[in-house]
Design a protein around this ligand. Structure first.
Ligand code: URA
Length: 418
């Protein structure tokens, strides 16, 4: 077998066999196939697609490229969720303690942010001293004792995805349904949880720009999961605007804590309650969705989920004082106010521009090795359908850097009037 023949076959819209797919995944992971040939193949896949059968083979080959978590020593029903990525997406920070407070187990491995999207692990690390890397023994002990742990993905899980995703990121080949589906499902299967829920986002700040595309991606991932013997569920959610009002690492943790205290934004709260209820039904703890959702709401409103978050932070050695006193988070040097240029009703606040502006303020990475300013980001004061008066505060920007015209314009023009 030869990589050039495989590239040419895909460039001519051919269907690759399981052997050919195994060959290039293993060859690339073991560094026998160089980046330039893999880039060419990824571009051929992006342009010509893959059949469902090829996507299943690709997912399996990626899954088999590394170790798989064995969660069988964990007591209870293990659940996991994955978001396809967005702006201000802090769902895991609320959902993980919420589901654990309901009696389910979330042994979660999460990623870091890149570009305009944030990552859960970076957000958690804005909590002073929070450890996001645990030994397998510490991880299992914590999960068995408190029902929740959130740590960074280890390099042993799906090394093929680690290498391929990094290459896709710099070769314009992220935006391909079979590549996204195989990347996500291989990681979720390797993580080993019994129940998987995917949060497939659509809109301005998401990979999938339309609801139809998000549904197609969700269907593909559910299909691939089923072929590999895993029941996968999916929710389709709107990412035209950021989720909630806060964008940036510590700002998002604070908004999550507010949500756990019962004062969070409606969109974030609703998404978390919905996913939690789906887990409770899928795990057979409840047979009725509405009752499951009412129980989730009770756990949120009673403070049970907040207490679980405190336990999570304490177990991972974070400074729990910051949960009640936000001044324990790193504070930014500057803040800047963006005011409404005229009176009117807002049609939307473009997520992509806000995410990009937050990254430029220091809240995200432009390249993999950039260091994040944990306090940098944006807090919105208005969103879709809000009526604003000229001069009214639209957003506050936080940073250790001086504000540039580029960032100011990105934020100002993200606010689209009806
Ligand atoms: N998230 C992933 O984990 N992989 C992709 O390919 C896209 C989004």
């Amino acid at each position: 077998m030869n990589i050039i023949d495989i590239i040419i076959k895909k460039a001519k819209k051919g269907e690759l066999s399981e052997e050919e797919i195994n060959y290039f995944v293993n060859g690339y992971t073991q560094e026998k196939i160089p980046d330039y040939q893999m880039s060419s193949l990824l571009m051929a896949i992006l342009l010509n697609g893959m059949t469902r059968k090829e996507t299943v083979y690709l997912t399996k080959a990626m899954l088999d490229s590394g170790e798989k978590n064995d969660l069988s020593q964990i007591k209870g029903v293990t659940v996991d969720k994955h978001s396809t990525g967005g702006v201000g997406d802090k769902t895991t920070l609320v959902l993980a303690p919420l589901v654990a407070s309901c009696g389910l187990v979330m042994a979660k491995m999460s990623g870091r942010g890149l570009g305009h999207t944030g990552g859960t692990i970076d957000k958690l690390e804005s909590i002073p001293h929070m450890k996001t890397s645990l030994s397998p023994e510490e991880f299992f002990k914590q999960v068995n004792e408190i029902g929740v742990a959130v740590i960074g993905q280890t390099s042993e899980l799906v090394p093929a995805d680690k290498k391929m995703y990094a290459l896709r990121d710099v070769t314009g080949t992220v935006d391909s349904m079979p590549l996204i589906a195989s990347s996500i499902i291989s990681k979720k299967l390797a993580s080993g949880s019994q129940i998987i829920e995917l949060d497939v986002k659509y809109g301005d700040g998401a990979f999938m720009k339309t609801k139809e595309d998000a549904k197609e991606l969700a269907d593909l991932m559910i299909y691939v999961g089923k072929q590999l013997n895993k029941e996968v569920k999916a929710v389709i959610s709107d990412m035209n605007e950021p989720l909630g009002y806060a964008i940036g690492n510590s700002l998002e943790v604070i908004e999550s804590i507010e949500t756990l205290k019962g004062r969070g934004p409606a969109d974030l709260k609703e998404l978390c309650l919905h996913i939690c209820a789906e887990f409770l039904v899928a795990s057979k703890m409840y047979d009725d969705y509405e009752k499951a959702k009412a129980f989730s709401l009770h756990q949120l409103e009673s403070g049970a989920a907040l207490n679980k978050f405190k336990e999570l932070v304490k177990y991972q050695q974070g400074d729990v004082r910051c949960i009640d006193d936000y001044s324990y988070f790193k504070q930014p040097l500057y803040h800047y106010e963006i005011k409404a240029p005229h009176t009117g009703t807002l049609q939307m606040v473009k997520a992509m521009q806000i995410g990009h502006a937050s990254m430029l303020l220091g809240g995200g990475r432009q390249t993999k090795n950039d260091i994040i300013d944990m306090s940098a980001g944006i807090v919105l004061n208005a969103k879709k359908n809000d009526f604003v008066k000229e001069g009214q505060l639209l957003a506050t920007l936080y940073s250790d850097k001086k504000l540039t015209k580029e960032i100011e314009n990105l934020v100002l023009t993200a606010f689209v009037y009806q």
